[in-house]
Write a protein that binds this ligand. Structure first.
Ligand code: ADP
Ligand code: MG
Length: 333
C-alpha cells in the first residue's frame, strides 16, 4: 500500500507498548517514513526524555513548544502553525502542560500557573483516577481537531500498565456523572473509537513475554475501548541468511578452504545457537499472527551503539517497505 495513503487512514496514530520495546524508536521511524512520503508530521511526546530528539540528531529533550526534527521549523513569531510537507515537528505534552492549557482555555489563566506549581494536579489526580490521561488525550484531540499536521504520532507513556493510558477515558466516562470532566472524557472516547481519526499501533518484540502481553493488551483495547488497531509493529525482527543452514565443514569444502575439527565445531556451535534463536523469533511472530490477526510491520534490529539519523533512515526505509507490502484495507481492521 502507498505509504502516504496508509498513514492518511487516520489523523492520530498512538504508538503503544511496554517500556523498552522500542516505542520511541518506532514513533520516530513512523514519522520519518510518513514525512518521506510527503506528509507533514507532528510527534507528541509525553515524557520529555532525550531519546526522541537524539534519533533525529537533535541534542536535549523536546520541550513544550514545537521544534523541527526534520525540515524547516516554526518561525520566531510562531505564525507558521504547521510542519511543512515532508517535515517532522515534535512537542512535549505532560499532564501539567495539558492542565495549564485546559484552565487557560476556560478563563482560569491567572490561577492556573499557581495551581500547577502548588501540586494541585496531584490532589486532583488522586481524587479522580484517569484525569491525567484524559487531560493529555483531550489536548491531543484538540490538536487533531485543529488540523495541526497531516499526521500526529503519539509516543504513548510506558509507566505502569502502558495500556491504562488509553482505557482511562472510558473508565472515567463510566464513573463521572456530568460536568466538564465527563465531557472531556466523552470527547476522548469518541476520538479513540473513530478509525478515521485515531488508530493504535502496538509495538512488540518477537519474544514470548512481549508477544503475550501485546496480544492481551491489544485485545483489551479493542474490546473494552473500541480502539482500532492499525497493524502491529514487530521491532528488532531478525531473519538469518540461508547460508546459516549449511554446516561449517561443508561451507569450507565448497569454497576450497580447509577447516580443522575444533574450528569447525566452534563455528557450528555458534551457527546452531543462532539458528535456534531465529527459530524462536519465527515461532513468536507466527503465534502473534494467529492470536492477533493484524498486518505485521517488521522492523530490523540495527546494530549500532545508539540510534541516530543514519539508523533512523535505515529503519524508516524498512517501515516504508513494510507498509508498501501491505494489502489495501478491506475494512476489517
Ligand atoms: N530496531 C532496533 N534496533 C536496535 N536497537 C533498537 C531498535 N529499537 C529500539 N532500539 C533500542 O532499544 C532501546 C529502547 O528503545 P526505545 O525506543 O527507547 O523504547 P521505549 O520507548 O519503548 O522505551 C533504545 O536504546 C533503542 O535505541
Ligand atoms: Mg520511550
Amino acid at each position: 500500500m502507498d505509504v502516504a495513503a496508509w498513514c492518511s487512514q487516520s489523523r492520530v496514530w498512538v504508538v503503544a507498548g511496554k517500556g523498552g520495546v522500542g516505542k520511541t524508536t518506532v514513533t520516530a521511524t513512523l514519522a520519518a517514513s510518513a514525512a518521506s512520503a510527503g506528509l507533514s508530521v507532528l510527534i507528541v511526546e509525553l515524557e520529555g526524555k532525550r531519546g526522541l530528539g537524539t534519533t533525529f540528531g537533535r541534542k536535549g529533550p523536546v520541550g513544550y513548544e514545537p521544534v523541527a526534527l526534520l525540515g524547516s521549523g516554526p518561525d520566531d513569531a510562531g505564525t507558521l502553525g504547521k510542519p511543512p510537507a515532508g517535515g517532522v515537528w515534535a512537542r512535549r505534552l505532560t499532564p501539567d502542560d495539558a492542565l495549564l492549557e485546559y484552565l487557560g482555555d476556560h478563563g482560569l489563566q491567572r490561577v492556573s500557573k499557581r495551581l500547577v506549581s502548588t501540586g494541585v494536579l496531584d490532589v486532583v489526580a488522586t481524587a479522580v483516577p484517569g484525569i491525567r490521561d484524559v487531560l493529555v488525550l483531550g489536548k491531543v484531540k484538540q490538536l487533531e481537531r485543529a488540523g495541526v499536521a497531516d499526521m500526529v504520532v503519539l509516543d504513548a507513556p510506558a509507566t505502569g500498565h502502558a495500556m491504562t493510558f488509553l482505557t482511562s477515558a472510558s473508565g472515567l466516562l463510566d464513573a463521572a456523572r456530568g460536568g466538564p470532566v465527563r465531557q472531556q472524557a466523552a470527547d476522548v472516547v469518541e476520538l479513540l473509537q473513530d478509525p478515521a481519526r485515531c488508530r493504535v499501533l502496538p509495538v512488540t518484540l518477537p519474544e514470548e513475554m512481549p508477544v503475550s502481553e501485546t496480544v492481551e493488551s491489544a485485545r483489551l483495547l479493542r474490546d473494552r475501548v473500541g480502539i482500532h488497531l492499525g497493524a502491529v509493529v514487530v521491532n528488532c525482527y531478525e531473519k538469518g541468511p540461508p547460508e546459516l543452514e549449511v554446516p561449517a565443514a561443508d561451507a569450507a569444502r565448497d569454497s576450497g578452504a580447509a577447516l580443522g575439527g575444533p574450528a569447525s565445531d566452534a563455528l557450528d556451535a555458534a551457527r546452531t545457537f543462532r539458528l535456534r534463536r531465529l527459530r524462536l523469533v519465527e515461532e513468536q511472530v507466527g503465534r502473534l499472527a494467529r492470536e492477533l490477526p493484524l498486518p505485521q510491520l517488521r522492523l530490523p534490529r540495527v546494530f549500532a551503539p545508539s540510534i541516530g539519523p543514519a539508523e533512523l533512515d535505515h529503519l524508516a526505509g524498512a517501515m516504508s517497505g513494510a507498509i508498501e507490502g501491505l494489502p489495501p484495507p478491506d475494512g476489517t481492521l
